[in-house]
Design a protein around this ligand. Sequence first.
Ligand SMILES: [Zn+2]
Length: 334
Amino acid sequence: MNHRRLSIAVALVALLSSLAGMPARAAERDVSPEKLVDPSHLVEVSPGVHVIEDRDQIVLVPNITLITGSDAVLVVDTGLGPDSARRALQTARRLAGARRLYLTTTHFHPEHGFGAQVFKGEATIIYNRAQRDELMQKGAAYQRLFSERLGVAAALKDVRFVAPDIVYEREAEIDLGGRIVRLSHHGRAHTQGDQVVSVPAQGVVILGDLLETRSFPIMPWFPEIGDMDVDPLNWREIFRAVALGHPKVVIPGHGRVGTAADLAEAARHLDVVRAEVTRRCAAGQDLPTMQKELVPILRAQHPDWDLPQWIPGEIQVHHARLCAVAPAPEAGRS
Ligand SMILES: [Zn+2]
């Protein structure tokens, strides 16, 4: 394991300057208030681990976690755009006092990382390499996609992409002072650069959009912008790896903070989808028929889960990975 310890004394390694875009302006913004992070929802879920909780399951408002130590405070995720990020930064400053700040993001998606510019120069920003590269590759396309389709152009109009100060490959640790945080990257799943953040000594794990509590999973499949990188099979393997750490407090990307039971339930759901799609492929069923028959079955298994509109996409993504057409035999071979 390429296991690097990033103590707070480590010299900053600035890998890139600003990637693109215009500086933030203080102009008035027409931001729908319900998309803003609400610091009054701050709750301590384990000693020194605070979450601005998405307790109302508001679309595009993520959970933001702030982990405190005697020397430093780590912020995980920024909210959608600079206005939410400023609220997260103010909350972090209030908790941290004079202690130094770190920022990392669970993955590059807009509501999780498109406020990082607010932290630049205020916090040491740490990403894994895959996430940094994916932000560079897809960030602008996602800014357009979210602005045009999801009605959050105002929240995103001043976004510019900033480079992390430290980049790691597979695993890193931050010693916040009496509290060790582990950052790890397990390959692509919800995105190419998903990061699992954990406080192993306390059984706390932060999963970003690898888990939404009481919700069907979000499996992005956007061929129109060339993003078909989601991997539901490795996603399941990440759940297996996370479960080995016996988590007690499981912090999702969206929805209320959960437990190991939420992780197990999400894993079981992925197993069901994989088994159903595999069986139906073997029987020669095409994708539209599969979606027509399987959506109501999956929905009935979790009638209280949010985001059922993502089920057809989840089936499509599994179909793409599990039902590949066998390559034609090479010419000249018998
Ligand atoms: Zn996401």
